[in-house]
Design a protein. Structure first.
Length: 414
C-alpha cells in the first residue's frame, strides 16, 4: 500500500474505534450436548444464547441434519454453478413447491440468501422513473436493492401509514409504477408493521407490495407462514420475501408470488443469475425445515409465552423495550459506549446478547437486542431477565436515557 492509502486506513479505523463503532469477529461455538442447545461458548465462557435467529431451534434438528447429510452423499457439497447453468439440482423444485404450498401462493423462487432475494427482486422490478416507498427502518438488503435499482426512493416514517398515504398522494402520480416495501416484523425493534392498513393503501393507489417476513417466518401464523397469514392479508401481498436462514435453521432466501412475477425475476434478478446455487445439503435441510416449521406448533406457542414473560419483566423494572411485540426484544440505551458496556457486563454474567449500534440502527438509538428462541426454558428466561435488570440498574441505564422514545421514526438512515 502506498502512504496515502495507509494514512486513510489508519484514520478510518481510529475513527471507528474512537466512536465505539468498531466491530470484530468473535467465535461462537455450540455446545456438543443437544441438551445444552440454549447455550453457546464464546471466548471460553458459557453463555445463554440470546443472540440467535434460530427461533425454533431447527438449525441443529436431527431431521435437517439427516436430510443434509444424505444430500451431501447423493449430490455432493457444492452448488456447482448458478441455478440457470447447472446448479438447479433435483431438490430445488421440491423445495419451491413446498414453499409455495406453505404460503398458499402460486410459486416460489429460492435465492442464495435473503439479502440476495431482496436486492435481486427490487432491482428486477423497478428502475429510473419508478417510485419506491420504504419504511425508514427497513433492513439493509432492502435499502441496497432500492439504491442499486436507481428508482426514486422515499422513506415513510416507521410504521406510519398516514405518512405513507401522504407520500402516495403527493408522489404516485409522477411515477410510472409504485412499489411499497416493508418488513412485517422489524429486525432491530421487534415490532410489527400495520400491514392491513398498508394493504388498503396499496390497493387504493395500484402499487405493488413487497413484505419481508425474515423474522416472522416460522414464528407467526398458524403454521409459521408469517404475519401476513396471521392477519389474513397474504392474498393481497404481491411479493412475500422469506429467509431459510433464521427460523428455518438452514440457509437461503426466497420469494413467493405469482408465476409471471417470478418468471421475470428469474430473468432479471442478478444475485440469482450471477451467484452459485445454494448447495444440495442446504436445499435438503430447507426442504425438511418446511415440514418441521409447519409442525412446530408447540415451539411457537412456547416462544410466545417466553417473549411475553421476558418483555413484561423488563418493562416492569423500568427498562425500555420500545415497541417490541415479538420474540425480538431490544433494551434501549442510546449511547454507543454504554451499550457496549451493557453487553459486556451481561457476558460476564453468562448472557450472550448483541450490542446494536449505528449504522445498523439510527444514531443515538443504540440498544442491546435479545432474541428469544424456543430452545429456552421459562426458568432460563426468568433468570436472564433478572440478570439484565440488575446489570442495567448497576450501570444506571434505567434513568433518562432509556426512556427515550420507543418509536424513532425520523432518525437517520441505515
Ligand atoms: C436477515 C434478514 C435478511 C437477510 O436474510 P439472509 O438470509 O440472512 O441473507 C433480509 N431481511 C431482513 C429483514 C432480515 O432480518
Amino acid at each position: 500500500m502506498n502512504s496515502s492509502w495507509e494514512a486513510w486506513l489508519q484514520e478510518e479505523l481510529t475513527r471507528l474505534s474512537a466512536a465505539g463503532l468498531e466491530r470484530s469477529l468473535t467465535t461462537v461455538a455450540p455446545l456438543p450436548d443437544p441438551a445444552d442447545a440454549a447455550w453457546c461458548m464464546l471466548g471460553g465462557a458459557r453463555l445463554l444464547n440470546l443472540f440467535s435467529n434460530d427461533y425454533l431451534g431447527l438449525s441443529r434438528d436431527r431431521r435437517l441434519a439427516e436430510a443434509a447429510a444424505n444430500a451431501a452423499h447423493t449430490y455432493g457439497c457444492g452448488g456447482s454453478a448458478s441455478r440457470l447453468v447447472c446448479g438447479n439440482h433435483p431438490l430445488y423444485p421440491a423445495l419451491e413447491e413446498a414453499l409455495a404450498a406453505h404460503h398458499q401462493a402460486e410459486a416460489a423462487l429460492v435465492f442464495p440468501s435473503g439479502y440476495a432475494a431482496n436486492v435481486g427482486t427490487i432491482t428486477a422490478l423497478v428502475g429510473r422513473g419508478d417510485l419506491v416507498l420504504s419504511d425508514r427502518l427497513n433492513h439493509a438488503s432492502i435499502i441496497d436493492g432500492i439504491r442499486l435499482s436507481q428508482a426514486e426512493h422515499r422513506r415513510f416514517r416507521h410504521g406510519d401509514v398516514d405518512h405513507l398515504a401522504t407520500l402516495l398522494r403527493a408522489e404516485s402520480g409522477r411515477s410510472r409504477r409504485v412499489l411499497i416495501v416493508t418488513e412485517s416484523v422489524f429486525s432491530m425493534d421487534g415490532d410489527q408493521a400495520p400491514l392491513l392498513e398498508i394493504v388498503a393503501l396499496k390497493e387504493r393507489y395500484g402499487a405493488l407490495l413487497l413484505v419481508d417476513e425474515a423474522h416472522a417466518g416460522g414464528v407467526l401464523g398458524a403454521a409459521g407462514e408469517g404475519l401476513t397469514h396471521a392477519l389474513g392479508c397474504h392474498g393481497a401481498v404481491d411479493l412475500h420475501i422469506g429467509t431459510l436462514s433464521k427460523a428455518f435453521g438452514s440457509v437461503g432466501g426466497y420469494v413467493v408470488g405469482n408465476r409471471q412475477l417470478l418468471r421475470l425475476l428469474l430473468n432479471r434478478a442478478r444475485p440469482l443469475i450471477f451467484s452459485t446455487a445454494v448447495p444440495p445439503p442446504s436445499v435438503a435441510a430447507s426442504l425438511a425445515a418446511v415440514s418441521a416449521v409447519r409442525a412446530a406448533h408447540l415451539q411457537r406457542h412456547h416462544l410466545q409465552q417466553l417473549a411475553t414473560l421476558f418483555r413484561s419483566r423488563l418493562k416492569a423494572s423500568g427498562l425500555n423495550t420500545g415497541t417490541s411485540a415479538t420474540q425480538i426484544v431490544p433494551v434501549w440505551v442510546g449511547d454507543n459506549g454504554n451499550t457496549l458496556a451493557f453487553a459486556s457486563a451481561l457476558r460476564r454474567r453468562g448472557i450472550g446478547a448483541v450490542a446494536i449500534r449505528p449504522p445498523t440502527v439510527p444514531p443515538q438509538t443504540a440498544r442491546v437486542r435479545f432474541s428469544l428462541t424456543a430452545l429456552l426454558t421459562l426458568e432460563q428466561v426468568q433468570w436472564a431477565a433478572d440478570q439484565i435488570i440488575q446489570v442495567a440498574h448497576d450501570l444506571g441505564l434505567t434513568g433518562a436515557q432509556s426512556t427515550a422514545k420507543g418509536r424513532h421514526g425520523d432518525a437517520g438512515k441505515r
